[in-house]
Write a protein that binds this ligand. Structure first.
Ligand code: BEZ
Length: 253
Protein backbone atom coordinates (compact mmCIF):
# COMPACT_ATOMS: atom_id res chain seq x y z
CA UNK A 1 0.00 0.00 0.00
CA UNK A 2 1.42 3.47 -0.81
CA UNK A 3 2.38 5.54 2.20
CA UNK A 4 -0.01 8.35 3.11
CA UNK A 5 1.33 11.77 2.12
CA UNK A 6 3.38 13.68 4.69
CA UNK A 7 1.21 15.93 6.80
CA UNK A 8 2.18 19.31 8.12
CA UNK A 9 0.52 20.86 11.12
CA UNK A 10 -0.37 24.51 11.25
CA UNK A 11 0.50 25.97 14.60
CA UNK A 12 1.27 29.53 15.52
CA UNK A 13 4.44 29.61 17.64
CA UNK A 14 3.27 32.87 19.24
CA UNK A 15 -0.12 31.42 20.31
CA UNK A 16 1.55 28.26 21.52
CA UNK A 17 4.00 30.27 23.62
CA UNK A 18 1.21 32.44 25.06
CA UNK A 19 -1.45 29.81 25.78
CA UNK A 20 0.30 26.41 25.93
CA UNK A 21 3.59 26.96 27.75
CA UNK A 22 2.34 24.56 30.43
CA UNK A 23 2.96 21.72 27.94
CA UNK A 24 6.74 21.91 28.35
CA UNK A 25 6.58 23.29 31.91
CA UNK A 26 4.87 20.09 33.13
CA UNK A 27 7.28 17.66 31.47
CA UNK A 28 9.66 17.19 34.42
CA UNK A 29 8.64 13.60 35.26
CA UNK A 30 8.95 12.23 31.72
CA UNK A 31 12.35 13.92 31.35
CA UNK A 32 13.34 12.09 34.57
CA UNK A 33 12.21 8.79 33.04
CA UNK A 34 14.52 9.49 30.09
CA UNK A 35 17.48 9.46 32.54
CA UNK A 36 19.67 11.15 30.00
CA UNK A 37 23.43 10.59 30.07
CA UNK A 38 25.81 13.23 28.71
CA UNK A 39 26.75 12.69 25.07
CA UNK A 40 23.77 10.47 24.25
CA UNK A 41 22.22 10.95 20.82
CA UNK A 42 18.54 11.72 21.31
CA UNK A 43 15.62 12.25 18.93
CA UNK A 44 12.94 14.59 20.30
CA UNK A 45 9.83 13.45 18.42
CA UNK A 46 7.27 16.27 18.13
CA UNK A 47 9.65 18.84 19.57
CA UNK A 48 7.28 21.80 19.13
CA UNK A 49 9.05 25.11 19.70
CA UNK A 50 12.07 23.34 21.17
CA UNK A 51 11.66 24.36 24.82
CA UNK A 52 12.33 20.80 26.03
CA UNK A 53 14.79 19.99 23.25
CA UNK A 54 16.87 22.89 24.53
CA UNK A 55 16.75 21.48 28.07
CA UNK A 56 18.03 18.14 26.77
CA UNK A 57 20.83 19.89 24.87
CA UNK A 58 21.81 21.88 27.97
CA UNK A 59 21.86 18.61 29.95
CA UNK A 60 24.50 17.30 27.53
CA UNK A 61 22.50 15.46 24.85
CA UNK A 62 23.41 15.48 21.18
CA UNK A 63 19.78 16.12 20.29
CA UNK A 64 17.82 16.35 17.04
CA UNK A 65 14.22 17.59 17.07
CA UNK A 66 11.52 16.84 14.53
CA UNK A 67 8.08 18.39 14.24
CA UNK A 68 5.37 18.62 11.57
CA UNK A 69 4.78 22.34 12.07
CA UNK A 70 6.76 24.83 10.02
CA UNK A 71 6.14 27.68 12.45
CA UNK A 72 7.18 25.65 15.51
CA UNK A 73 10.30 24.21 13.88
CA UNK A 74 11.31 27.72 12.79
CA UNK A 75 10.89 28.89 16.37
CA UNK A 76 12.94 25.93 17.65
CA UNK A 77 15.75 26.73 15.19
CA UNK A 78 15.90 30.26 16.61
CA UNK A 79 17.12 28.59 19.81
CA UNK A 80 20.09 27.28 17.83
CA UNK A 81 18.80 23.69 17.82
CA UNK A 82 19.19 21.01 15.15
CA UNK A 83 15.55 20.64 14.11
CA UNK A 84 13.92 19.15 11.02
CA UNK A 85 10.43 19.59 9.60
CA UNK A 86 9.21 15.99 9.51
CA UNK A 87 5.96 14.08 9.98
CA UNK A 88 6.44 11.74 12.95
CA UNK A 89 4.67 9.06 10.93
CA UNK A 90 7.43 9.19 8.32
CA UNK A 91 10.64 9.20 10.33
CA UNK A 92 13.63 8.71 8.06
CA UNK A 93 16.39 7.86 10.58
CA UNK A 94 18.15 4.48 10.68
CA UNK A 95 19.91 2.93 13.69
CA UNK A 96 21.13 6.28 14.93
CA UNK A 97 19.75 7.15 18.38
CA UNK A 98 20.37 6.03 21.96
CA UNK A 99 16.86 7.20 22.84
CA UNK A 100 13.74 8.62 21.25
CA UNK A 101 11.90 11.03 23.54
CA UNK A 102 8.42 12.46 23.06
CA UNK A 103 6.27 14.78 25.16
CA UNK A 104 2.65 15.70 24.40
CA UNK A 105 2.95 14.88 20.71
CA UNK A 106 2.11 11.22 20.05
CA UNK A 107 -1.65 11.80 20.43
CA UNK A 108 -1.55 14.01 17.31
CA UNK A 109 -0.17 11.13 15.22
CA UNK A 110 -3.23 9.09 14.37
CA UNK A 111 -1.31 6.29 12.65
CA UNK A 112 0.65 4.97 15.63
CA UNK A 113 1.90 1.84 13.87
CA UNK A 114 3.71 4.04 11.36
CA UNK A 115 5.20 6.07 14.22
CA UNK A 116 6.41 2.93 15.99
CA UNK A 117 7.91 1.51 12.79
CA UNK A 118 9.93 4.72 12.40
CA UNK A 119 10.95 4.90 16.06
CA UNK A 120 12.12 1.27 16.09
CA UNK A 121 14.14 1.88 12.91
CA UNK A 122 15.66 5.10 14.27
CA UNK A 123 16.93 3.47 17.49
CA UNK A 124 20.10 1.49 18.00
CA UNK A 125 19.58 -1.98 19.51
CA UNK A 126 18.97 -1.51 23.25
CA UNK A 127 17.85 2.09 22.67
CA UNK A 128 15.03 3.57 24.76
CA UNK A 129 11.69 4.99 23.71
CA UNK A 130 10.43 7.24 26.50
CA UNK A 131 7.34 9.37 26.21
CA UNK A 132 4.23 10.90 27.64
CA UNK A 133 1.03 11.82 25.84
CA UNK A 134 -2.74 11.85 26.19
CA UNK A 135 -4.07 8.48 27.32
CA UNK A 136 -7.48 6.85 27.43
CA UNK A 137 -10.07 9.33 28.76
CA UNK A 138 -7.95 12.41 28.04
CA UNK A 139 -10.00 15.62 27.73
CA UNK A 140 -13.16 13.48 27.84
CA UNK A 141 -15.40 16.24 29.19
CA UNK A 142 -14.10 18.73 26.63
CA UNK A 143 -14.66 16.34 23.71
CA UNK A 144 -18.11 15.37 25.01
CA UNK A 145 -19.17 19.02 25.24
CA UNK A 146 -18.15 19.61 21.62
CA UNK A 147 -19.92 16.43 20.50
CA UNK A 148 -23.08 17.42 22.38
CA UNK A 149 -23.01 20.84 20.71
CA UNK A 150 -22.57 19.21 17.28
CA UNK A 151 -25.50 16.86 18.00
CA UNK A 152 -27.71 19.83 18.91
CA UNK A 153 -26.69 22.07 16.01
CA UNK A 154 -25.71 19.58 13.35
CA UNK A 155 -22.15 19.50 12.08
CA UNK A 156 -19.28 17.06 12.06
CA UNK A 157 -18.87 15.67 15.59
CA UNK A 158 -15.73 13.79 14.51
CA UNK A 159 -13.93 17.15 14.36
CA UNK A 160 -14.29 17.31 18.16
CA UNK A 161 -11.59 14.73 18.81
CA UNK A 162 -9.19 13.51 16.15
CA UNK A 163 -6.61 12.23 18.64
CA UNK A 164 -5.03 8.90 19.59
CA UNK A 165 -5.54 8.33 23.34
CA UNK A 166 -4.78 4.64 24.04
CA UNK A 167 -5.03 2.70 27.29
CA UNK A 168 -1.79 1.26 28.75
CA UNK A 169 -2.77 -2.28 27.68
CA UNK A 170 -3.38 -1.26 24.10
CA UNK A 171 -0.20 0.81 23.80
CA UNK A 172 1.98 -1.81 25.54
CA UNK A 173 0.69 -4.37 23.02
CA UNK A 174 1.55 -2.10 20.14
CA UNK A 175 5.06 -1.46 21.50
CA UNK A 176 5.62 -5.21 21.84
CA UNK A 177 4.36 -5.83 18.30
CA UNK A 178 7.06 -3.43 17.10
CA UNK A 179 9.88 -5.25 18.91
CA UNK A 180 10.00 -3.28 22.17
CA UNK A 181 10.13 -4.58 25.71
CA UNK A 182 8.02 -2.36 27.98
CA UNK A 183 9.89 -1.44 31.19
CA UNK A 184 7.11 0.65 32.71
CA UNK A 185 3.85 2.21 31.57
CA UNK A 186 1.08 3.97 33.47
CA UNK A 187 -2.05 6.07 33.05
CA UNK A 188 -2.83 8.89 35.49
CA UNK A 189 -5.09 11.92 35.67
CA UNK A 190 -3.28 15.25 35.53
CA UNK A 191 -5.85 18.05 35.92
CA UNK A 192 -4.16 20.97 34.18
CA UNK A 193 -4.85 24.62 35.10
CA UNK A 194 -5.54 26.75 32.03
CA UNK A 195 -4.26 30.23 32.87
CA UNK A 196 -5.63 31.60 29.58
CA UNK A 197 -9.05 30.00 30.11
CA UNK A 198 -11.03 27.37 28.21
CA UNK A 199 -11.88 29.42 25.12
CA UNK A 200 -8.20 29.99 24.30
CA UNK A 201 -7.52 26.27 24.71
CA UNK A 202 -10.44 25.43 22.40
CA UNK A 203 -9.37 27.99 19.80
CA UNK A 204 -5.76 26.82 19.87
CA UNK A 205 -6.34 23.07 19.84
CA UNK A 206 -9.74 22.56 18.17
CA UNK A 207 -9.98 25.30 15.59
CA UNK A 208 -11.37 23.05 12.79
CA UNK A 209 -14.35 22.08 14.94
CA UNK A 210 -15.40 25.73 15.42
CA UNK A 211 -14.47 26.88 11.90
CA UNK A 212 -17.11 24.50 10.48
CA UNK A 213 -19.78 26.88 11.88
CA UNK A 214 -18.49 29.91 9.93
CA UNK A 215 -19.85 33.19 11.29
CA UNK A 216 -21.54 31.33 14.19
CA UNK A 217 -18.19 30.02 15.47
CA UNK A 218 -18.00 32.35 18.49
CA UNK A 219 -21.55 31.51 19.50
CA UNK A 220 -20.70 27.78 19.33
CA UNK A 221 -17.55 28.41 21.35
CA UNK A 222 -19.72 30.09 23.99
CA UNK A 223 -22.08 27.10 24.04
CA UNK A 224 -19.24 24.64 24.58
CA UNK A 225 -17.83 26.83 27.37
CA UNK A 226 -21.26 27.02 29.03
CA UNK A 227 -21.55 23.22 29.01
CA UNK A 228 -18.10 22.86 30.57
CA UNK A 229 -18.30 25.63 33.18
CA UNK A 230 -20.07 23.56 35.89
CA UNK A 231 -17.41 20.81 35.76
CA UNK A 232 -14.14 22.49 34.75
CA UNK A 233 -14.38 26.04 36.12
CA UNK A 234 -14.19 26.87 39.82
CA UNK A 235 -16.12 29.57 41.69
CA UNK A 236 -13.31 32.06 41.04
CA UNK A 237 -13.37 31.57 37.29
CA UNK A 238 -10.26 29.35 37.11
CA UNK A 239 -10.42 26.70 34.38
CA UNK A 240 -8.84 23.24 34.56
CA UNK A 241 -8.54 20.81 31.64
CA UNK A 242 -9.27 17.14 32.38
CA UNK A 243 -5.95 15.79 31.10
CA UNK A 244 -5.06 12.11 31.49
CA UNK A 245 -1.45 11.16 30.73
CA UNK A 246 0.04 7.90 29.49
CA UNK A 247 3.76 7.69 30.38
CA UNK A 248 5.99 4.84 29.25
CA UNK A 249 9.53 3.57 28.87
CA UNK A 250 10.31 0.81 26.40
CA UNK A 251 13.54 -0.68 25.07
CA UNK A 252 14.26 -1.87 21.55
CA UNK A 253 15.21 -5.54 21.73
C1 BEZ B 1 -2.84 16.91 25.42
O1 BEZ B 1 -1.70 17.34 25.63
O2 BEZ B 1 -3.30 15.96 26.04
C2 BEZ B 1 -3.69 17.54 24.38
C3 BEZ B 1 -3.42 18.79 23.94
C4 BEZ B 1 -4.21 19.34 22.99
C5 BEZ B 1 -5.27 18.66 22.49
C6 BEZ B 1 -5.54 17.41 22.94
C7 BEZ B 1 -4.76 16.84 23.90
Amino acid sequence: MPAAPARQQTWSAASYDKHARFVSDLAGPVVEWLALERGERILDLGCGDGALTEQLAVAGADVVGVDASQDLTASARERGLDVQLMDGQELSFVNEFDAVFSNAALHWMTEPDRVLTGVARALKAGGRFVGEFGGHGNVAAIVTAMRATAARRGGDAALAGPWFFPSPDVYAGMLENHGFSVRRIGLFPRPTPLKSGMSEWLKLFRKPFFEQYGPARDEVLGEVEDLLRPVLCDARGNWTADYVRLRFEAVKL
